[in-house]
Design a binder for this molecule. Structure first.
Ligand code: HEC
Length: 110
């Protein structure tokens, strides 16, 4: 097994307990985590924010809140966007890519 793929060299997401729950940034991170794992509660057919989309949660496809190695994780998104995406035919930044994925996932196009 190449060293790059050895288990000890794989990405490990920060532990949730390290998110500061007293600071504004920590609250935003925690809210983002909730949105990611309980997306349909906020944006599902009976969503609290918007009654839209098909009831999938982000982590139905991006396992363990997008942190699991080989689980369609989002570990490199912050460092790889903006990026040209052929399907969009444009350079998308991170929020645009999230919207593109969310919409594509809602219509079964991913
Ligand atoms: C039905 C499955 C599915 C759902 C639900 C889903 N995704 Fe995705 N997502 C994918 C797949 C497959 C890809 C890789 C192909 C692509 O880029 O479209 C992807 C790619 C992405 C990427 C780009 C990753 C990269 O490294 O380029 C981001 C960011 C993303 N998704 C965010 C989200 C967020 C946030 C949600 C929830 C709001 C979500 N996705 C819901 C399947 C899904």
């Amino acid at each position: 097994m190449p060293e790059l793929f050895a288990p000890e060299n794989l990405y490990v997401a920060p532990d949730l307990s390290t998110i500061p729950n007293t600071e504004e940034e920590g609250k935003i991170i925690a809210y983002g985590h909730q949105l990611f794992i309980h997306t349909s509660k906020y944006f599902g057919p009976n969503g609290l924010v918007s009654k839209s989309h098909n009831g999938l949660n982000c982590q139905n496809c991006h396992l363990d809140a997008g942190t699991r190695p080989y689980g369609n994780n989002l570990a490199v998104v912050a460092t790889t966007y903006p990026m040209y995406l052929p399907r969009a035919g444009a350079v998308l930044n991170t929020p645009q890519k999230i919207n593109e994925c969310f919409c594509a996932a809602s219509t079964g196009k991913v």
